[in-house]
Design a protein around this ligand. Sequence first.
Ligand SMILES: Nc1nc2c(c(=O)[nH]1)N[C@H]1C(S)=C(S)[C@@H](COP(=O)(O)O)O[C@H]1N2
Ligand SMILES: [Mo]
Length: 540
Amino acid sequence: MPRTSQVTSTETPPATPPRSVVLSRQVAALVEVASITVALGLSQLAAGLVAPGSAPFQAVADTVVRLSPEGLTEFGKSLEFPALGIGKGVADKLALLVSIGAVILLVAVLAGLASRRRALPGRAVIAVLGVAGLAAVIFSPVFAPLNLVAPLVALIAGLAAFDGLYALATRAETAPPDRSGGVSRRRVLLGAVAVGIVGIGAAVAGSSLGGAAARSRNALFARIRPLQPAPALPPGADFASVGSPTFLTANRDFYRIDTALRIPEITAEDWALRIHGMVERELRLTYDDLLARPLLEQAITLTCVSNEVNGNLISTANFTGVSLRDLLLEAGVAPRAEQLFSTSTDGWTAGTPTDVVLRPDSGALLAVGMNGEPLPPEHGFPVRMVVPGLYGFVSATKWLTDLELTTFDARQAYWPQRGWAQRAPIKTQSRIDRPRPFETLTPGPDGTVALAGIAWAQQRGINKVEVRLDEDGPWRPARLTPQINLQTWRMWRLDVALPPGSHYIQCRATDATGATQTADPAPPIPDGAAGWPGIRFAVA
Ligand SMILES: Nc1nc2c(c(=O)[nH]1)N[C@H]1C(S)=C(S)[C@@H](COP(=O)(O)O)O[C@H]1N2
Ligand SMILES: [Mo]
């Protein structure tokens, strides 16, 4: 009775107790490698479908970059393969991805070999890798809830594939193929290879899904060449050695603020901009039209209105782009068009006072490049606005697709609709970077400790930063780095001999109009935080 015998052979426990089942090295390693491959592949596909950029593999790589000591990433950046279209910044990414892939493969093989007798090591390694991927996505600076899908797919698919393949492999050892219901070792190998191939296919499909914008961006590295590069930074442009930020912020460290749950994906080829409304001539521009114009490069410090006193929503980059003023002059702006209303592909809007952009020295750009690269996807690829001197919410539209000249009455932008200001020039502000709150500073050989920070008043420039010790002390002028241009921050530093014990410092900046940062605290809403930063710390 074939039917009964089949039932018996699958339902009765194997003749030999499972403990004595030992998988061959080849099968055990392959089961683990195939499971991890399908986990990574399906998660890549899930990321491509629901949230490009959320693949756990990529997130782990980004985390490695973020956490690695400067030396490691600096080494990577010196790699360059121009013949392959791989420039600095791409090569290190590639090298890093390949190395992480190699490490995972090695871990998979070792975990597989450790699982010849028991499934536990193999399962545990998949779970640990899965949780690591989940953590990398959660703690990424660009976290959004939808980004959880891909790492969860990885975790579940990895464990399911492993359990399935491991059971099959165990069955092959306990029930030889001549017994009905048994499985040949060959079938196990074929099964594992098939699972692995599904994984690779899913990875390829997922990458091509989410990859059109990324490929478009990669092809542009050589084309972002400013006619007028930003002047080289003079030595001593920052006090990074004692704790100020570096003058330029690396793209990956640049603060990011937007309402986008997933980064909009547009290729440069598909991008187009309409400048219309209260103009004499409507303009339509493609990406190539932009690149055909003179590209300027300038250092600009961007600031978010949500930045709290002593907060970190401020960064500086060399932005490359086309003069926005020139474009508006070409379109011919009607005198009554007080608002330049910009819209991004994801529907977010900003309203910029037209007069600010039209000032001869406004420095306002339609930016295509950031620190020598095409704009990163999260900073607005392919094109964004940058208007020095205004908070980002009224000026710095990323993934820009539409510019309408209008009045403030006619249209209200995203944040002003929610109670934020209509005009939002950046306030004169400063920040203490060193010491950190409650840090203990140890005096150097000369008996002093270094205090350091930043000050900014874009489009006016910083003239002075003063530091006050212990609330009732006198205001002492700090040393300043050179003012690179009026659109950027300046760093300050003060070396003081202080008695051991607890201390409190405050700082305040004075801009080039002579206005000093107000002591009156204000919250970020509606037009930016104000007040003097203060830090409590200790001297050893
Ligand atoms: N499309 C779009 N552009 C946007 C935003 C947004 O939410 N969506 N946020 C703005 C705000 S509030 C700021 S402070 C800057 C931040 O730019 P960054 O993320 O490149 O630092 O982008 C601006 N541009
Ligand atoms: Mo912002």
